[in-house]
Design a protein around this ligand. Structure first.
Ligand code: KIV
Ligand code: ZN
Length: 512
């Protein structure tokens, strides 16, 4: 049995299946680079048979990664496996991950296959994958609701056929920790050749138990955990990487194993995922939420000042949350900015630095201290986002208790300037109406939320919107000290993402 837990990150595959979380290839590459820095053992880069876009992204990621294993997902068909292999064959460390459902309900209604047929398909798929690479993972979809003895039989056959990892997913997030730990032990005890493979688990969070189930499985002997950053993923999400890693790190006497994760990269990675997926982290989220290390109660604050360990079970620095957030001011130079961005994980070109520097100076004129989150917002808006159709040039709003809210807005639409004015129920409504008119779009606003990126009244406001147009759904994000400007930026970002989806029908279909 391995003495450490293999961290298999599936943010780029299962995580990307979060409603509205579509990432483009450039964003995926940037995230993959950060995942390698974080030290994940394996990253599942995507499902190449799903679309051309997925194939292209997986292939580019596979070329770029030096140390990390790059996995590609495939159903059991030869076509899927070929597609997966063609996307990763040039990787330093490729892994084919093939899966088929093993629960009676999935076999009968979804696959319309008998147990014997599923068993044979598993063997054939693993054998074929093994003819292409030594590194093959087999997953029994809906494993936690499968017949236990059938599961043992399928795993035994998959290992005989060459699987080097067997993965037991709780696909629908149905398991309870004790039950799941028992299941892992049962299957490990009754799969005679289990010592020839790594036993893995993959949990979903429908009952809020994904982390607890994963830890129970690790305590029962599993040595690979499939996880995502911030727990993003299908429906209620997947097991969150940061929770599993920090539970193992914080309770070594109880969970007697380790991971190879560089914990100081957890927070920067979490921020990056939130920025590029557009999915905000709930403030009370364990480990990476804005309040995870904030102490509000007077008694707690007093205790923490006397000894942080009175109320803090982990040090914020351990996850890469800098103690002092005060970083740069209006007199800071380009060199300091470049150095600081490098520390935050952004290795930018001269051209990119010039762009960020200009925006940084503009912000420093409005705000005394520019902190990490401010810089990240600038980098995300200016650099991480790819060529946009619509860009905000300016917006002005008149609003108050005695006037009808009115906005005047100037945009560039594919490089051409347009301007106009419009009314609304409130200042934000007025801006959104005007932007819709100028862009000729008719999106429906499904969600609108505002979050202060840092403390203080001069904090950047971060706005997230969820938009729907012609059946397509996209998230948009924007940050600015002025909440109305932040809203306008978020709305325009959402419209740009909708435009992207309109021009990429396959990714659009996946985003639904
Ligand atoms: O949830 C699941 O069962 C999966 C498999 C493809 C591993 O994502
Ligand atoms: Zn899954």
């Amino acid at each position: 049995m391995k003495d450490h837990v293999v961290i298999f990150d599936t943010t780029l595959r299962d995580g990307e299946q979060s409603p509205g979380a579509t990432m483009n290839t450039g964003e995926k590459l940037r995230l993959a680079t950060q995942l390698e820095k974080l030290g994940v053992d394996v990253m599942e880069a995507g499902f190449p048979a799903a679309s051309e876009g997925d194939f292209d992204a997986v292939s580019k990621i596979a070329s770029k990664m030096k140390k990390t294993e790059v996995a590609a997902l495939a159903r059991t068909s030869k076509e899927d496996i070929d597609r997966a292999w063609n996307a990763i064959k040039h990787a330093e460390k490729p892994r084919i991950h093939t899966f088929i459902a093993t629960s009676d309900i999935h076999m009968e209604y979804k696959l319309k296959m008998t147990r014997e047929e599923v068993l044979q398909a598993s063997i054939d798929a693993v054998r074929y994958a093994k003819s292409l690479t030594d590194n093959v993972e087999f997953s029994s979809e809906d494993g936690s609701r499968s017949d236990r003895d059938f599961l043992c039989k399928v795993f035994e056959a998959a290992i005989d056929a060459g699987a080097t990892t067997v993965n037991l997913p709780d696909t629908v997030g149905y398991a309870i920790p004790q039950e799941f730990g028992d299941l892992v032990k049962y299957v490990m005890d009754r799969t005679p050749n289990i010592d020839k493979a790594v036993f893995s688990v993959h949990c979903h969070n429908d009952l809020g138990l994904a982390t607890a189930n994963t830890i129970a499985a690790i305590q029962a002997g599993a040595r690979q955990a499939e996880v995502t950053i911030n727990g993003i993923g299908e429906r209620a999400g997947n097991t969150s990487l940061e929770e599993v890693v920090m539970a193992i790190h914080t309770r070594p006497n109880f969970i007697t194993t380790s991971t190879r994760i560089k914990t100081e990269e957890i927070y920067p990675t979490s921020r990056l995922v939130s920025m590029i997926s557009g999915i905000i982290v709930q403030p009370n989220k364990a480990i990476v939420g804005a309040n995870a290390f904030a102490h509000e109660a007077g008694i707690h604050q007093d205790g923490v000042l006397k000894n942080p360990m009175t109320y803090e079970i982990m040090k914020p620095e351990t996850i890469g949350l800098s103690k002092s957030k005060l970083v740069l001011g209006k007199h800071s130079g380009r060199h300091a900015l470049r150095d600081h961005l490098k520390n935050l994980g952004y290795d930018l070109s001269d051209e990119e630095i010039n762009l960020v520097f200009k925006k940084f100076k503009e912000l420093a004129d409005k705000k005394k201290h520019v902190v990490d989150e401010d810089l990240e917002a600038i980098v995300t808006e200016g650099i991480l986002r790819t060529a946009d159709t619509f860009n905000l040039e300016y917006q002005n709003v008149t609003s108050g208790t005695t006037v009808l809210p009115m906005a005047s807005v100037k945009l560039s639409v594919k490089g051409r300037s347009v301007k106009g004015a419009g009314y609304g129920n409130g200042p934000i409504d007025a801006v959104f109406n005007t932007i819709s008119k100028l862009t000729g779009t008719e999106s429906e606003l499904l969600r609108f939320s505002v979050n202060a990126l840092t403390g203080g009244t001069d904090a950047l406001g971060e706005v997230t919107v969820r938009l729907k147009e012609n059946g397509l759904i996209a998230l948009g994000k924007g940050a600015d000290p002025d909440i109305i400007t932040a809203s306008a930026k978020a709305f325009i970002n959402g419209l740009n993402r909708l435009e992207y989806l309109k021009n990429h029908p396959i990714q659009a279909a996946e985003s639904l």
